[in-house]
Design a protein around this ligand. Structure first.
Ligand SMILES: C[S@@+](CC[C@H](N)C(=O)[O-])C[C@H]1O[C@@H](n2cnc3c(N)ncnc32)[C@H](O)[C@@H]1O
Length: 407
């Protein structure tokens, strides 16, 4: 299989240099060279090829070869209304894989979008946070940033305010961008972290930039088993957001290690590889059982416990009333994650971690809380460790029926 890529590596005695991306035709195989510089080389090479893919190879979502970086699923009406206000060029260059905006009021919030691309999600967030909020998008690819910046004035005029800024940088080095530590309410990202060569570094940067009680809410691609190195070396598969995907359990363990102690899966969907070429590459490598999923996780910056512990606590999502109640758009109930839908007015027993996710965050005003931390009743029943996603063959089934996850 041949594709257009322009990486060429030139060896010197002590280092390898990458020439700027061009549009030369080469094979899909990445060049891995056994030196102590392997990691640095891998990082540089990955960034250059991803940048080339999103900057030069693709001109719109239609050019993608799989639906990994562009899963459908119609957004809620209020998000669709925001999308309708966004410049068509920005919308046409959307390469996300899910809805990465948390579904609670965001007025006045400060949001960071990792790998903001041409800016669709930034411009949605801009409308949701309003004139008192702020949205920063970070991306490394000039062509993507150019489109995002080109339409700044259009959106300022359309929305009646300007609260958006795009920065050029690497997600593994967010600390270089002058962003204030502990200053973001929410960090979002849409189909980007799988493309990063050092995913742990990205998660660490996020933890540093979030406010206490803030969250990383993001959609990305994961697999049901580790992606073999031979496939990771395929630039199309990486660019299409497949072969850089983490095995779900490696991701969850990585998140915990970094300090996001209780990662919560919000929703997931199997990815269909609709390209015969891509399918053949995977099959010929002997990996027919390798499945990919798009999944949205929420990772809170909270002092949580490694397991769901029971303190006899409960929460009640406030029913609609004359003086407020729950979140206006969700009068019947609200979904925290795949295992927690809080029906309005009903008493829901929760573990200590879930209690904190609702009590020590922006969600507090929408719930009533029952109980204290005075008495521990043991582990909260039902924590699991099998594949948390709804299996490929069962994707139409009950979303809450997974065996994995907590509580
Ligand atoms: C699949 S696109 C998604 C873009 C955007 N989030 C959207 O939904 O349209 C991935 C984006 O991540 C950016 N990206 C990938 N790796 C990156 C890195 N290490 N640092 C900064 N940006 C990166 C690419 O330049 C590209 O714009």
């Amino acid at each position: 299989m041949k594709i257009i890529f322009g990486l060429s590596l030139v060896a010197s005695s002590s280092a390898f240099h990458i020439s700027p991306p061009s549009t030369t035709t080469t094979t899909t195989t990445r060049l891995f060279v056994a030196t102590t510089n392997d990691k640095a080389l891998f990082v540089d090479e990955t960034r250059a090829s991803v940048s080339n893919y999103y900057g030069k190879e693709l001109s719109s979502s239609d050019d993608l070869k799989t639906n990994a970086c562009c899963t459908a699923g119609s957004p809620p009406t209020y998000i669709q209304e925001c999308i309708n206000n966004i410049h068509p060029e920005v919308v046409s260059k959307y390469y996300g894989c899910g809805l990465c905006l948390p579904q609670y009021p965001l007025e006045g919030a400060k949001i960071l979008d990792l790998g903001s691309g041409s800016g669709r999600d930034v411009y949605i967030a801009s409308q949701l946070v309003g004139p008192t909020g702020k949205v920063v998008g970070v991306d490394m690819t000039d062509e993507q940033l150019e489109v995002a910046n080109k339409h700044l004035d259009y959106h300022t005029e359309k929305f009646g305010f300007g609260n958006v800024e795009f920065k050029k940088g690497y997600l593994e080095n967010l600390g270089d961008l002058g962003l204030e530590a502990g200053s973001f309410d929410v960090i979002i990202s849409n189909c980007v972290i799988n493309l990063c060569s050092d995913k742990e570094a990205v998660l660490k940067e996020c933890l540093n930039l979030l406010k206490p009680g803030g969250e990383l809410y993001f959609s990305d691609v994961y697999s049901n088993r580790r992606v073999p190195k031979s496939l990771q070396e395929d630039e199309v598969l990486w660019g299409e957001c497949l072969s850089g995907a983490l095995y779900w359990n490696d991701f969850e363990n990585m998140a915990k290690k970094v300090g996001f102690t209780d990662p919560r899966l919000v929703e997931d969907a199997p990815i269909t590889v609709s390209s015969a070429d891509v399918e053949r590459t995977i099959s010929e490598s002997g990996n027919d059982s390798l499945d990919f999923y798009s999944a949205t996780y929420r990772l809170w910056k909270l002092d949580l416990e490694p397991h769901c512990e029971d303190y006899g606590q409960a929460v009640i999502y406030k029913p609609k009333s004359c003086c407020g109640g729950g979140i206006e758009r969700y009068p019947s109930g609200w979904l925290l994650d795949k295992h927690h839908f809080f029906e309005a007015g009903k008493i829901h027993p929760v573990c200590g971690n879930t209690y904190k996710m609702l009590h020590d965050t922006r969600l507090k005003e929408y719930f009533d809380f029952v109980g204290t931390w005075d008495h521990h009743y043991g582990i909260f029943e039902g924590c699991g460790s099998s594949l948390p996603y709804t299996a490929v063959n069962d994707a139409t089934g009950d979303k809450g029926a997974s065996t994995g996850g907590c509580c």
